[in-house]
Ligand binder design. Structure first.
Ligand code: PLP
Length: 368
């Protein structure tokens, strides 16, 4: 029987030798490969001022810090995400305020954002659910009206575009994850993109203890002279992670195009199946398709039926508001509550071929 997992970890065939040469060199920490990885993220994917970090969560935290979020401030984000999105707000002793999502696609609803704005609101974190970009124009309009910083949690969305612009070039901050099951893995890792060059310089400093590594002079004894003025972090990526990332960037566009092809088959074959309602996609943006999701009737039966045929189906995440730390389930998030009950995702990843997709489609068409 087939065994099709919901995610896979993609490791390019060239990765082994690339990582091996880093190990042989014994230069393991942040060096020239991190720089090379960053410049390739810029040239291949259109990321603006990308800085490679040790996780996507670090990227989100650094964005919150650089956005000027202070204790007691409010940051608006969706509940339809991984807990990292809201945890980084709590790390600064600020308050995550959950806006509702749109039932059709799981992305934050700009109308709900505007309803949640108060005099304490400092920033908005938009999460591109499954890789499908949020309504960025509407979000930016609200940010402008109330003077808020926009952060994109683009953990699912490298290679996605919004109105022909690459995700990673649109907002004040965009955060990516290179965790093992994301599109491009460095083992663990992430990147922050800062639109403003000066802010990017500040991010560079903060990712390494707050020390200006590039410009701090050396003493006659060869020691670095520096003075810490702000809290910094140990958030940089290392060279063996970058070696893996560089390998995995090879052919990334083709991998993404292949995902799109598989998604096309799914959408074509599943759009007419009763009891199943595909997430909405708009023509003005291109998803990175980290997930393939829809709403389904009799979800438990659906999951068990697919499982019996060797196919994983998963909720992935439901609303994180239910966690005690975040204050418990918000009854006012009407679409989120509905979404929690009916959303489901089926496999879409580099470990699959068209036959797998056809097999899954046929299994679903047989009913549940
Ligand atoms: C994976 C993920 C993160 C965290 O990334 P890490 O690299 O694991 O720290 C943040 N937000 C979302 C939506 C994610 O899926």
């Amino acid at each position: 029987m087939r065994d099709i997992p919901i995610f896979n970890t993609f490791i390019h065939p060239s990765a082994q030798s690339r990582v091996d040469s880093v190990l042989s060199s014994t230069f393991l920490s942040e060096g020239k490969l991190v720089k090379e990885f960053e410049s390739k993220l810029n040239s291949d994917l259109g990321f603006v001022n990308p800085l490679a970090l040790n996780s996507g969560t670090s990227a989100l935290h650094l964005a919150v810090v650089l956005a000027g979020v202070k204790p007691g401030d409010e940051v608006i984000c969706p509940a339809q995400t991984f807990v990292a999105t809201a945890l980084v707000i709590c790390q600064e002793k600020a308050i995550p305020v959950f806006a509702d999502i749109k039932y059709e696609d799981g992305n934050i609803d700009p109308k709900s954002i505007e309803e949640k704005v108060t005099s304490k609101t400092k920033a908005i974190i938009a999460v591109h659910w499954g890789g499908n970009p949020c309504d960025m124009d509407e979000i930016h309009a609200i940010a402008k009206r109330y003077n808020l910083v926009v952060i994109e949690d683009a953990a699912h969305a490298p290679g996605a575009t919004y109105k022909s612009r690459p995700v990673g070039s649109i907002s004040d901050f965009t955060c990516f994850s290179f965790q093992a099951i994301k599109h491009i893995t460095t083992g663990d890792g992430g990147a922050i993109c800062c639109k403003d060059d000066k802010v990017a310089m500040e991010a560079l400093k903060r990712r390494w203890f707050g020390i200006n590594r590039a410009n701090s002079p050396l003493s006659i004894l060869g020691e670095r002279i520096y003075d810490i003025t702000d809290v910094g972090y140990k958030y940089h990526l290392n060279d063996y992670g970058a070696a893996l990332g560089l390998a995995n960037l090879e052919g990334f566009k083709d991998r993404l195009a292949y995902r799109r092809k598989l998604v096309q088959i799914y959408r074509q074959e599943l759009s007419q199946v009763s009891g199943l309602n595909l997430f909405k996609e708009s023509n003005d943006r291109e998803s990175a398709h980290w997930l393939f999701g829809f709403h389904v009737e009799k979800r438990e039966e659906f999951i068990l039926t697919l499982k019996s045929k060797g196919i994983a189906a998963s909720v992935v995440h439901d609303g994180i508001d239910h966690n005690s730390l975040f204050g418990g389930t918000r009854q006012d998030l009407v679409n989120q509550l509905r979404f929690n009950e009916t959303q489901i995702h089926i496999p879409i990843h580099d470990g699959m071929n068209e036959e797998d997709v056809e097999y899954i489609v046929n299994c679903i068409k047989q009913g549940w």
